[in-house]
Structures are given as structure tokens and as C-alpha cells.
Design a protein around this ligand. Structure first.
Ligand code: SF4
Length: 227
């Protein structure tokens, strides 16, 4: 597969949400980073503390290691990556498979955006990969990759190639979870995205986790009234 570096081609007018840090308003709709779904699965209330209350904490060791490993993969990929556009690589990948990293996906109508760690675009299918530490497919990480699949699907016009979401053990080739982005998965992630929009609009409450083991490891515990 050829390495292709996709340049973002569509530009939107972006407004910052007046109260929620990191939330943008694009085409009149609240638009949040897909990575927030991972945090939502850990504990919804931590989203409230970080983005509504603006609480900042030092990055954890796992976060520091994750960022460094991510950068290493990115640098290696760029060594021989050829610049292209989204439309161009969609077309050429019908004949010749391509691989890209850090591809930006955005769906203003759904209110989501984010960067796909890696995508394989082959004549038969698209495989959207998120790199994670470890080998456990947590519901939160599955949700995250399903949202990338949904965002990506929204950027396609009439391309009917199959889309698959996958989780890979960071730094290895081990895809420890892979599933087709079918109707069930699409419904599942649409439901969750609607819930997220409800949190931002104030029609739904941020629910704290009941799992005290999560609280013990939580970087927000000293700010949290539920700890
Ligand atoms: S301490 Fe527990 S309830 Fe509070 S934000 Fe952290 S994980 Fe959630």
C-alpha cells in the first residue's frame, strides 16, 4: 500500500462555544471532538469537570507515553508519504490501495470531528484504525472508532465500498478488534452522539461512574464531589 498524506480541503466557519471549552459551533450545530467519546465511556462526569468547569490536570504517564508513540508513528509514515487530496485518494484507491494517517473527518450535520489514526483504502473496503494501548476492546474505544467510521461515511458521496472499524495494539500490527460498520453499529453510534448533544444542550445530565476503581485512577478525583 502507498502512503498518502491527505490535505484537508474543506474549510468551515468555526465559532467557539461560549461556555464549553473545546466545543465548536459549525453550521449552527455544536460540534465535539470524537475523542471525547472515549472519556464519556470512562465517566461522563469527567467531561463536565474538564470542559464545563475548565479544570486542568497534569497529563498522566499513560497520556505522555501515548503522545510520544503516536508522534513516532506519524514521523515514520511521513518519511515516504505522498501529498494528495481526499477526493484524489478516493479515486486512485479504487485501483491501488493506499494508507493514510491523521486523516481529518468532520460531519457538521452530526456535530462530530476528529483525526483518524490510520486508514487503509483498498479497492474493496476502507479500514479505519484507532491505536490503543493494550488489547482490550472497551465499549468506549469501540464507540470512538465507530464515530470515526460514521464521520468518514458522511464524507463519501456514492462510494459503496464497505467500511470497517478496527482497534490496534499501539506499536504493533495486532488488530485486536475489527467489525464492519453496519446498520447496527451506525444506529448504536448515532444514539450515543445524540446523547452527547443532549449533554451539551443541558437536556441530559452528566452521569458519574459507579465504578469506584475508575475513580481511584481518575485525574479529576480531587475536584470531584462524587469521589
Ligand atoms: S472521580 Fe469518579 S465520578 Fe468523579 S470524575 Fe473521576 S471517575 Fe468520574
Amino acid at each position: 500500500m502507498k502512503n498518502k498524506l491527505i490535505k484537508n480541503s474543506i474549510e468551515y466557519t468555526i465559532e467557539k462555544h461560549p461556555k464549553i471549552k473545546g466545543l465548536q459551533i459549525i453550521k449552527g450545530k455544536n460540534n465535539f471532538p470524537i475523542s471525547w467519546l472515549n472519556q464519556q465511556g470512562y465517566c461522563e462526569y469527567s467531561l463536565y469537570l474538564q470542559y464545563f468547569k475548565g479544570i486542568k490536570t497534569a497529563p498522566t504517564q499513560a497520556m505522555i507515553i501515548g503522545t510520544a508513540e503516536h508522534q513516532k508513528l506519524e514521523d515514520k509514515f511521513k518519511e515516504d508519504a505522498v501529498p494528495t487530496t481526499f477526493n484524489e485518494v478516493l479515486e486512485t484507491s479504487k485501483e491501488e490501495a493506499a494508507i493514510s494517517r491523521e486523516m481529518f473527518v468532520i460531519a457538521p450535520s452530526l456535530g462530530i470531528r476528529g483525526f483518524i489514526d490510520e486508514i487503509w483504502m483498498t479497492p474493496d473496503e476502507f479500514v479505519i484504525i484507532d491505536d490503543k494501548p493494550g488489547r482490550i476492546p472497551y465499549p468506549s474505544t469501540i464507540n470512538q472508532v465507530l464515530a470515526y467510521c460514521l464521520g468518514f461515511k458522511n464524507m463519501l458521496n456514492d462510494d459503496k465500498r464497505k467500511i470497517k472499524g478496527a482497534l490496534r495494539e499501539r506499536g504493533t500490527n495486532n488488530l485486536f478488534w475489527i467489525e464492519e460498520f453496519d446498520e447496527d453499529n451506525e444506529n448504536r453510534i448515532n444514539f450515543l452522539i445524540n446523547r452527547m448533544q443532549g449533554l451539551f444542550e443541558g437536556s441530559k445530565p452528566f452521569i458519574p461512574t459507579k465504578n469506584k476503581n475508575k475513580c481511584i485512577k481518575c485525574r479529576f478525583q480531587s475536584y470531584c464531589e462524587h469521589f
